[in-house]
Design a binder for this molecule. Structure first.
Ligand code: IMP
Length: 429
């Protein structure tokens, strides 16, 4: 049976948590494969409302195994808070059904501190990171000097790794940033304790996944962030530090690309982004404010207001090129219910030149002016509609136009935050 990847098609916050929660009902294993606690997946289901940062949204499906893959970076304190919160609310997040890759990298206190200090240093060119230490931990991973979950299980080796690492980081903290040095003894003690608590959860998760696929089980790969934040294909340097794409799903989980048969792209019916960087269709006006308030577009992790704009089909088509979506989920469709007209960006203009392919250069993107197609709004509530044919004709037309522009059909249309507020236009599996 297949592996299914659920991938953010825009700049993150597309509503992947809800979509994964829905599709996870049919999955035997759900894997987080990238990012860390910079992600915030909101799930509303029969157990209540949850904001998950590290644990896969599949934790709510009683029969599914949840896996935090090698591509995730883990702040152990945040992970324990999340486990404790779930357990306290009656959700089983025990080592019998939650597994953590021994290859996943660990967020250390200096990563979090350096994230803040480096952002300050960038001044007007700050990325607007979530301040969770994500950039610094991935920098150490790629520089081959990171600490992995498996390393916390070996007291002696951990000290051998930590001592020179902390010497180096303390030099940076004190000499470059004029900050206080961190204590080796405290970090060592804390992380050895974390290692003890983590131990029952830790596995070579590639073995579990290989076995699951061999047995014909359904494995779901849960994306975090979105394609336009990818460090290769996103709006670099205004990007995150791990790959949220379908390709990243293989690298961050240890699953073969051949195993993935379904790649569901998740797109909001409009666009948002949080943090810095160009955003061609941004609505810095009352329509943008209206969308933000109506949809409560504030970050799950940071509480920051999200920038809102019209659907950008240039970016979405590009996102489809990178990921090869087999279908899409259009989320927050009901947010557009009140608008008399809706715009979709179909190309960009720089002077007289028309641009249809998403530019790699930020400087070019900043010069791009969106070219819009205007479609009529439906001006009626859709949140109680459960079948595609019951949507108003103009709403169906909007969906069809997005399908044409993005280049793949819609599987799901979400008309509200609840699990059942979903129109299945075409079954995902
Ligand atoms: P970092 O991942 O914390 O380093 O942040 C880098 C950029 O990615 C910033 O613009 C963040 O706002 C953005 N970002 C990171 N995680 C998310 C997410 O889960 N949703 C939306 N934006 C995110």
């Amino acid at each position: 049976m297949p592996a299914i990847a659920v991938i953010g098609g825009q700049w993150g916050d597309e509503g992947k948590g809800k979509v994964v929660d829905l599709v996870a009902e049919q999955a035997d294993a759900v894997v987080r494969f990238s990012g860390g606690d910079n992600a915030g997946h909101t799930v509303i289901n029969r157990f209540g409302k949850f904001a998950l940062h590290l644990i896969p949204s599949g934790i709510f499906s009683p029969n599914a195994t949840s896996i935090i893959g090698n591509g995730v970076v883990i702040n152990p304190e945040v992970l324990f808070q999340e486990i404790d919160m779930l357990m306290a609310r009656g959700i089983d997040a025990s080592p019998s059904r939650l597994f953590i890759s021994d290859r996943a990298h660990v967020i250390m206190p200096y990563h979090v501190i350096l994230d803040g200090l480096e952002e300050n240093l960038r001044g007007g060119r700050a990325i607007g990171t979530t301040m969770k230490g994500i950039g610094p931990v991935f920098a150490d991973k790629i520089a081959r000097q990171g600490i992995r979950i498996g390393d916390l299980m070996d007291r002696h080796n951990f000290m051998e790794q930590l001592r020179p690492m902390l010497d180096q980081k303390n030099l940076f903290l004190t000499r470059v940033f004029g900050s206080q040095p961190l204590s080796l003894t405290k970090i060592y003690k804390d992380y050895i304790e974390y290692g003890k608590r983590l131990k029952p959860y830790v596995r070579d998760t590639t073995v579990i996944l290989e076995q699951a696929l061999k047995e014909g089980k359904v494995v779901m790969l849960e994306g975090a962030q979105g394609t336009m934040l990818d460090p290769d294909f996103g709006t670099y340097p205004y990007a995150t530090s791990s790959s949220p794409t379908a390709g990243g799903a293989c690298v961050g989980s240890g699953i073969s690309p051949r195993a993935i048969t379904c790649i569901l792209g998740v797109f909001k019916a409009y666009c948002t982004r949080v943090g810095g960087g160009p955003f061609p269709t941004e609505l810095d006006n009352e329509i943008g404010d209206h969308i933000r308030e109506r949809a409560h577009e504030y970050g799950t992790t940071t509480g920051r207001p999200r920038r809102c704009g019209w659907f950008d089909a240039v970016a979405a088509r590009y996102s489809n090129r990178i990921n090869g979506f087999t279908g899409m989920a259009i989320t927050r469709f009901d947010i557009l219910d009140t608008l008399e007209t809706i715009k979709v960006c179909t190309s960009y203009k720089i002077g007289n030149k028309t641009i249809t392919d998403f530019p790699s250069s930020i400087a070019t993107l900043e010069k791009c002016k969106p070219v819009y197609e205007e479609l009529p709004g439906w001006c009626t509530t859709t949140c109680d509609i459960r079948s595609f044919k019951d949507l108003p004709a103009v709403a169906r037309k909007y969906v069809k136009r997005l399908e044409e522009l993005v280049g793949c059909h819609a599987n799901l249309i979400c008309v509200g935050p609840e699990r059942n507020q979903t129109i299945v236009k075409k079954a995902v599996i």
